[in-house]
Design a protein around this ligand. Structure first.
Ligand SMILES: Nc1ncnc2c1ncn2[C@@H]1O[C@H](COP(=O)(O)OP(=O)(O)OP(=O)(O)O)[C@@H](O)[C@H]1O
Ligand SMILES: Nc1nc2c(ncn2[C@@H]2O[C@H](COP(=O)(O)O)[C@@H](O)[C@H]2O)c(=O)[nH]1
Length: 219
């Protein structure tokens, strides 16, 4: 239960866990960055991973890059909210920053795979809002992985091979967005977040707020 945050309208609100998943290359990192830039108070969950750093990535900003031993310790010590093997590496969500954000009513954005999303749902179902991003076509997906130019051809082949498996989990998600035009996809994702923030059950103390309004009317 997370309380104590403030909605935009003076009513307190529970923080929510906003999850984006997709096959590799469909655009969730791009959409996440846009959302963070445009949404005051939204906090990105920075994952830990054993994957090697890509050119241009920054430790502590894109990921916490750790070795196998450190990752195992994080698992053993219960430091991860969820974790999974993805494309031959291990990825996990550090628990501390997420719990601190939610406890102060802030929303947290996750860019994680279907296995991690399932684990978050099992733990915190009602606070999780999940969006699955689909590419407009297989050709576009492959093109994007090549255009990103951060993975070898072999890694790209591996990710394309797993894309079908990742997409088979679309039906466990609350919302589906096809990322063809990035501007349109972004507006869709942003609208979902806004609508979910305004859900009645996430707003704490509404009864008192409405009572106050009604009292003013009766004076
Ligand atoms: N709508 C779009 N049209 C064209 N290119 C796009 C679109 N959305 C994202 N891209 C580009 O596709 C590439 C892959 O995008 P991105 O890195 O966001 O994917 P991802 O889903 O986060 O992948 P991964 O799971 O591997 O991290 C990037 O070069 C990005 O600029
Ligand atoms: N279950 C988790 N999956 C994660 C996490 N962080 C990232 N991911 C997913 O891994 C793949 C590959 O990412 P890449 O940066 O190597 O391209 C992608 O699907 C991410 O969503 C995590 O903490 N847990």
């Amino acid at each position: 239960m997370t309380t104590g945050g403030h909605g935009t309208d003076g009513v307190e609100r529970r923080g929510l866990m906003f999850v984006l998943s997709s096959p590799s290359g469909a655009g969730k990192t791009t959409l996440s960055r846009m959302l963070i830039a445009e949404t005051p108070g939204l906090q990105m969950s920075i994952s830990a991973t054993t994957r090697p750093m890509r050119p241009g990535e920054v430790d502590g900003k894109d990921y916490f890059f750790v070795d196998q031993k450190r990752f195992e310790l994080m698992v053993e010590n219960g430091e991860l909210l969820e974790w999974a093997h993805v494309f031959g590496n291990r990825y996990g969500t550090p628990r501390g920053p997420v719990e601190a954000a939610l406890a102060s009513g802030r929303d947290v954005l996750f860019d994680i795979d279907w296995q991690g999303t399932q684990q978050l749902r099992d733990r915190s179902g009602k606070d999780v809002v999940s969006v699955f991003i689909l590419p407009p076509s297989v050709a576009a997906l492959e093109q994007r992985l090549h255009t990103r130019a951060q993975d070898s051809d072999e890694v790209i082949r591996g990710r394309m091979k797993k894309a079908g498996d990742e997409m088979s989990h679309f039906d466990a998600y609350d919302y589906i967005v096809v990322n063809d035009n990035i501007g349109i996809a972004f507006e869709a994702v942003r609208s979902i977040l806004r609508a979910e923030q305004l859900k009645r059950e996430r707003q704490v103390g509404l009864e008192g707020f409405v009572r106050g309004l009604r009292n003013q009317l009766e004076k």
